[in-house]
Design a protein around this ligand. Structure first.
Ligand code: FAD
Length: 163
């Protein structure tokens, strides 16, 4: 493939991509009776029929192998009061806190989130230094809450604009 990105500064690229505002999810799964979680904002809805979603996981993240081993995963969409949960599952808190998981569709999920999407692994694509995992949706839960947002390296809350 033709190399076109050699003149683009890594920091500029990261800052520009990080200025795209997203929600925040924690990917959860279970391997050999052990629960694993990882904060991720590279999540998107892909298809309605069949119902498919995508997440993108870095090749160095432990979750990368966990998803392959479990063949299924849950996407926990965080609510605005779950900033510390995001920090916990991205390794930004000192010391591991005790997290309680519930079970839904055979997968560990977080309590008190905004929404949960459970998936069977449908396909995967190695793309550069990440793998895009496509999930075939097996269950959806939704609560009436506001989302936690992330942009420009900071957690944020939703604000409605005046019309
Ligand atoms: P680990 O380092 O094993 O786990 C991550 C953290 O979760 C650790 O601190 C661990 O103690 C804790 N944890 C895991 N399981 C449990 C458990 N059962 N109970 C309690 N704590 C537990 N990376 C991507 O690849 N893709 C993304 O889309 C992405 N988006 C991100 C968005 C945000 C807002 C942030 C802050 C980070 C994002 N990251 C993303 C980075 C990613 O979250 C970190 O690199 C993460 O530490 C990688 O985790 P790991 O799978 O290697 O697992």
């Amino acid at each position: 493939m033709q190399q076109v990105d050699h003149e683009i500064d890594d920091r500029l690229f990261r800052n520009a991509m990080g200025s795209f505002a997203t929600g925040v999810t924690v990917i959860t799964t279970e391997v050999a009776e052990e629960v694993h979680g990882m904060t991720a904002n590279a999540f998107m809805s892909i298809s309605l029929n069949p119902k498919l979603v995508a997440i993108s996981i870095g090749e160095n993240a432990r979750m990368h192998q966990h998803i392959k081993d479990a063949n299924q995963f849950a996407i926990n969409i965080l609510s605005s009061d779950q900033q510390n949960v995001s920090k916990q599952f991205s390794g930004q808190l000192n010391g591991e806190s005790e997290i309680t998981f519930a079970t839904y569709k055979g997968l560990p999920i977080l309590e008190d989130g905004l929404a949960v999407v459970t998936c069977k692994l449908y396909s995967e694509y190695v793309v550069g230094d990440h793998t895009v995992f496509i999930g075939h949706v097996t269950g959806v839960k939704l609560e009436q809450k506001d989302p936690l947002l992330f942009s420009q390296g900071k957690y944020r809350e939703l604000k409605e604009l005046e019309e």
